[in-house]
Design a protein around this ligand. Structure first.
Ligand SMILES: Nc1ncnc2c1ncn2[C@@H]1O[C@H](COP(=O)(O)OP(=O)(O)O)[C@@H](O)[C@H]1O
Ligand SMILES: [Mg+2]
Length: 297
């Protein structure tokens, strides 16, 4: 690929790239840690370097939809209809003002879905089935699908983890950053054991890093000690432009392309691409060698 972000990252060419898209769940059951901000801006950065990207807003609050400028009136067909198999993916998908970036908005009905589906067999697979149906009907329309999860470990997040190949975890640089993470890791383990053996952790991204605050540095050290190279090198700084952008219905990369927040999300995109390529390379080699593709790490 001609884009500079792709160059020099990935070593030898991948002989046999598995079927696209790569589906990444952005998950953490804590609210306010930067999931939605990461889904929007990582999605925009991946699109900016030439990937076709779909964001699925799976939070009833609909912040990803709002942050990408989708008015409520445009959300009549949304991720709820996808989950209950009432509409195909294409019917729920809207273009955004960013080239190559589409969104499935959320709807308020999502908040009742846990109760609504309580007696349905296989309800953990409903999102996966919708995405697979779209690929078999029309071929892979996207290189990346990012799922913006709600702040809970309930059925919506489980559906994302079952549909995804990888999970990306934003952690806010604050005192209780690691609190609750073991619960999230347990949920990931349970999803692997019961539904999706190949689910990987794409990575952990530190968000809202404040250089003037010693605590941020201490949290970073702690998280890196704990999770090692699962933590992306890129750290997302606390940046006022990032927090202003959603009220303009735009990703920060469009709102202020040159700010520190935008640069950080571009760097994160390049790390995500690099890790995806490494995964694909490893899987291709495993297939060539007749071995099993490596699953969860
Ligand atoms: N790097 C950042 N710098 C400043 N504000 C941020 C940053 N990341 C997120 N925010 C703000 O913090 C709040 C919570 O972020 P959000 O992405 O909505 O979290 P979540 O989806 O995990 O609930 C939002 O108001 C958002 O604009
Ligand atoms: Mg959110």
């Amino acid at each position: 690929m001609a884009d500079p972000l792709y160059d020099g990252l990935n070593g030898p060419a991948v002989p046999d790239i598995p079927a696209l898209p790569r589906i990444i769940a952005v998950a953490n059951q804590k609210g306010g840690v930067g999931k939605t901000t990461t889904a929007i801006n990582l999605g925009t950065a991946l699109a900016a370097v030439g990937n076709r990207v779909l964001i699925i807003d799976l939070d009833p609050q609909g912040n990803a939809s709002t942050g990408l400028g989708i008015a409520r009136a445009q959300r009549t067909v949304n991720s709820y209809h996808l989950l209950i198999h009432a509409e195909p993916l294409a019917a729920a998908t809207l273009a955004t003002e960013i080239p190559n970036l589409d969104i499935v908005p959320s709807g308020i009905d999502l908040s009742g879905i846990e109760v609504e589906l309580v007696d349905e067999d296989g309800r953990e697979y409903f999102l996966k089935q919708s995405l697979e149906a779209a690929v078999s009907a029309a071929g892979p329309a996207y290189d990346f699908v990012l799922i913006d999860c709600p702040p809970a470990l309930g059925l919506l997040t489980v559906n994302s983890l079952v549909a995804a190949q990888a999970v990306l975890v934003p952690l806010q640089c604050e005192f209780f950053a690691l609190e609750g993470v073991s619960q999230l890791m347990q949920t990931i383990e349970r999803v692997r054991a019961a539904f999706n053996a190949d689910l990987e952790i794409q990575g952990i991204v530190l968000t809202m890093f404040d250089q003037r605050n010693n605590l941020s540095g201490m949290v970073e050290t702690d998280v890196r000690d704990h999770f090692g190279d699962k933590v992306y090198e890129t750290v997302i700084p606390r940046n006022v432009r990032i927090s202003e952008a959603p009220s303009h219905g735009r990703p920060v990369l469009i709102y202020d392309t040159a700010c520190a927040g935008s640069r950080a999300y571009l760097n994160l995109a390049s790390e995500v691409i690099s890790r995806e390529r490494q995964t694909q390379h490893r899987q291709a080699l495993a297939r060539q060698g007749g071995g099993q593709p490596m699953g969860a790490s």
